[in-house]
Design a protein around this ligand. Structure first.
Ligand code: OGA
Ligand code: MN
Length: 297
């Protein structure tokens, strides 16, 4: 396996081991797994990707999430983000897929609002516009390491409130269905997450985060805005320009990402599989409910 660095902070393009190799050979998988823990964003080009290949590869990292209610692919492993209608043409301007694409243009980490957060996402390009539609990443591990020690001490054990509604309301307060509202109550998440493999801590932030426990509404929102701006300074981001056949995998514990716009007449179809965080990924670190139980026991 050969690694090509993508940014001084994070990111690696992988050569010599493809998704099928990693899915079928334990030694190859171990190398990819180590690169994932180290570099946070992995890129492959020219993969013979199918839904099955993507799911089997992803499953090596942990249990797969089922797509939530209200999203295309609900109840399956495959989150389908596409502006292509059943007739092969672009969906009408009123289609919810276009609002979802806009919401994906807010800096976020996937599934921070779910009862069980996600350790990683694997995204494959199926149909890609000629121009635009990049996905931009930043390392929240590097962002944490750039903070002053006094800031780190203040933030390390803080708890943020994450809710899907917080990010959707920034786009269109009517875009969530009643089923989405009912199934996605706000959750408490520690503001930092420590990777148990290398002991490195990251800020755990997203546009889904709306407040900080124990702070006033305005004070909490201001702190989150400061940290989001700190984490996403342009010098610290990497934008992936997609080609069909590309696969990008990222660590939701240690990165944020956002989509970039593309021309309204251009077709784009991508498929994401998402891996739930378990004890092995240090999930306990971000779930204050589990600390409370341990303290009470
Ligand atoms: C995602 C996502 C952004 C994009 O797949 O989780 O946020 O560029 N995608 O489509
Ligand atoms: Mn996303």
């Amino acid at each position: 396996m050969r690694i090509q660095r993508l940014h001084p902070d994070f990111g690696a393009e992988i050569h010599g081991i493809g998704l099928i190799d990693a899915a079928s050979d334990a030694g190859a998988f171990a190398q990819v797994r180590a690169a994932f823990e180290e570099y946070s964003v992995l890129v492959w080009r020219d993969q013979p990707i199918t839904d099955d290949v993507q799911a089997v590869f992803s499953r090596g990292f942990g249990p797969l999430e089922l797509v939530k209610v209200g999203s295309a692919g609900h109840g399956t492993f495959y989150s389908r983000m596409s502006n292509i209608g059943p007739d092969g043409k672009i969906v009408p301007p009123s289609d919810k897929a276009l609002l979802i694409a806009r919401a994906n243009q807010l800096w976020h980490t996937d599934s921070s609002f779910k009862k069980v957060p996600a350790v990683a996402s694997v995204l494959s390009a199926r149909v890609i516009p000629e121009q635009g539609g990049e996905t931009e990443f930043t390392s929240t591990r590097a962002a944490w390491e750039r903070l002053r020690p006094s800031e780190q001490a203040q933030l390390r054990d803080a708890v943020a409130i994450h809710s899907y509604a917080t990010s959707r309301n920034q786009i269109d307060p009517t875009m969530m269905t009643p089923e989405e509202h009912a199934s996605l109550p706000p959750v408490r998440r520690r503001l930092t997450w420590c990777n148990p493999v290398n002991g490195r801590r990251s800020l755990y932030l997203a546009s889904h985060a709306g407040g900080i426990e124990g702070m006033g509404e305005r004070e909490g929102a201001e702190l989150l805005a400061y940290l989001m701006a700190h984490a996403t300074e342009p010098a610290h981001t990497y934008a992936h320009s997609w080609k069909p056949g590309d696969v990008v995998m990222w660590d939701n514990r240690a990165t944020m990402h956002r989509g970039k716009p593309w021309g309204p007449a251009q077709l784009r179809s991508i498929v994401r599989t998402t891996i739930s965080a378990t004890e092995e990924h240090g999930v306990r670190d971000v779930l204050p409910e589990l600390w409370d139980q341990r303290a009470a026991a």
